[in-house]
Design a protein around this ligand. Structure first.
Ligand code: PLP
Length: 448
């Protein structure tokens, strides 16, 4: 039978019997809408419902759902000419071109590129390379972070630590500077940053700085709630790395490629340059699974004579690289990052308004088209800011988002909002109209 001929009933039965899910108990799959087609920022399900793609799926469909002729042609041409060679035994023009383009787009001396298939794999590869380059075993990362679901990337992750510990050796966790870090102490931000950096340095000294290969940090921790850090904090992290010869690995998997209104999230911190960058998602806008690792000149030179020591069959996949190259060149010619800057003030204002009018929202952060609302509780109790299981009330809210035509991630106590970067101001307004209706349900369910 050709595709698109099964009835909804047939699809549901097969899903119930055979499909498995990832981070939630598998029966959750039976409540998911069956998406049949998509266009621009909209998705449509088998019952005829329309949804706005309110978090760009997993913050990855940055260029939206209508592929341009430029992208389709690039993919088709690559499939026609050469759909696959294994990157370990053959080189291709598309690999040379994409590596050059990424190096041009990155500031500083980030010159060497590798193309795994996912953000997790990119971090896996980068962690291996940092260890081999430095000859040091330990990786220091932060509690408020998500770096992936494979062994080392999950070991570096803080977000799901309570639920999915990998137990790998030589991963050290530190507290990153979050917006409310030691706020209760009444000190101003400069002083709080100084304290956070002193704590970090003391931890590094206690661990033995010469045992630490890299500090891995999301420039703006995304899953953890879009946590922008002060410039002085990131400058301090860079300075600590320099002082102790530790590599700074910035994970741009979620916020790279324009999400924040700059090409890279780390441009939020002018002058703070990484030694290693990993990214994925927006690279191909999810048309094909592809990520990258870029390393600085010194590492590149080292690996000319030493194997990086990570690999997979599909790294450097020609079709995925063609999709990424076409998506990137289109992003540049249409100035998509400039568009994000132009709609960002309206987006910010809508986020601020949500926090102002809904008692169920106690705070927010927004940068570019990257935002998070924080859910409050009526008795004033501060819920843990780390991811929590859903409750009856937050489940009702989640249902209300779907009923009001929004499809997105939901990880209480944060409500992530990160629509495709092509969204217009009018569509942002339309999305927030729907968001307000869903938040009214949350206000009521939480007893405000
Ligand atoms: N790093 C960050 C910052 C992410 O947000 C994610 C995924 O959300 C990953 C790594 C893992 O990427 P992937 O899911 O493509 O393996």
């Amino acid at each position: 039978q050709p595709l698109n001929t099964w009835t909804t009933e047939e699809i549901k039965n097969a899903v119930a019997s055979h499909v498995m899910t990832t981070w939630s108990p598998c029966k959750a799959k039976n409540d998911l809408p069956i998406i049949t087609h998509s266009s621009h920022i909209y998705l449509y399900d088998s019952d005829g419902n329309e949804y706005i793609d309110w978090t760009s799926q997993a913050v990855c469909t940055n260029s939206g759902h209508s592929l341009s002729q430029h992208v389709k042609t690039a993919i088709n041409d690559q499939v026609d000419n050469l759909h696959f060679v294994y990157g370990g035994i053959a080189m291709t023009e598309i690999r040379a071109r994409l590596s050059s383009l990424i190096s041009e787009l990155l500031p500083g001396d980030l010159v060497g590129c590798l193309f795994p298939s996912s953000g997790s794999e990119a971090n896996e590869a980068a962690i291996t390379m940092a260890r081999r380059y430095s000859g040091r075993p330990k990786i220091l990362s932060f509690y408020r972070s998500y770096h992936g679901g494979t062994k080392n990337s999950l070991s570096a992750t803080g977000d799901f630590r309570r639920h999915y510990q990998q137990g790998s050796a030589d991963f050290v966790k530190a507290f990153n500077f979050t917006p409310n870090f030691f706020e209760h102490a009444g000190a101003d931000e400069d002083e709080r940053v100084r304290s956070a950096l002193l704590m970090l340095e003391e931890q590094i000294i206690s661990e033995n700085p010469e045992s630490i290969a890299s500090i891995v940090v999301e420039s703006i921790p995304g899953s953890a709630g879009v946590l922008t850090m002060p410039l002085a904090y990131m400058q301090g992290v860079r300075a600590i790395c320099d002082k102790y010869g530790i590599l700074l690995h910035i994970d741009e998997v979620m916020c790279g490629f324009g999400r924040t209104g700059e090409m890279w999230g780390f441009q939020t911190y002018p002058g703070v340059l990484p030694d290693i960058v990993t990214s994925a998602k927006g690279l191909s806008s999810s048309v094909a699974p592809i990520s990258f690792v870029a390393v600085n000149e010194r590492m590149m030179e080292f690996f000319e004579d030493n194997a990086p020591g990570w690999g997979s069959t599909f790294q450097g996949h020609p079709v995925a690289m063609a999709a990424a190259y076409a998506n990137l060149t289109e992003m540049l010619t249409t100035n998509l990052v400039g568009h994000v800057q132009s709609v960002a003030p309206a987006f910010y204002e809508h986020m601020r308004h949500c926090a102002e009018v809904h008692p169920s929202i106690k705070g927010f952060r927004a940068l570019g088209l990257y935002g998070a609302l924080d859910i409050a509780t009526p008795d004033g109790e501060q819920p843990h800011e780390v991811h929590e299981a859903r409750t009856a009330a937050t489940n009702k809210y989640f249902e209300a988002t779907r009923q009001n035509g929004l499809l997105g991630l939901f990880r209480p106590p944060h409500i992530h909002i990160a629509p495709p970067l092509i969204i217009s101001e009018e569509e942002i307004q339309e999305g927030f109209d729907r968001q307000h209706r869903a938040l009214s349900v949350l206000d009521e369910e939480l007893g405000f």
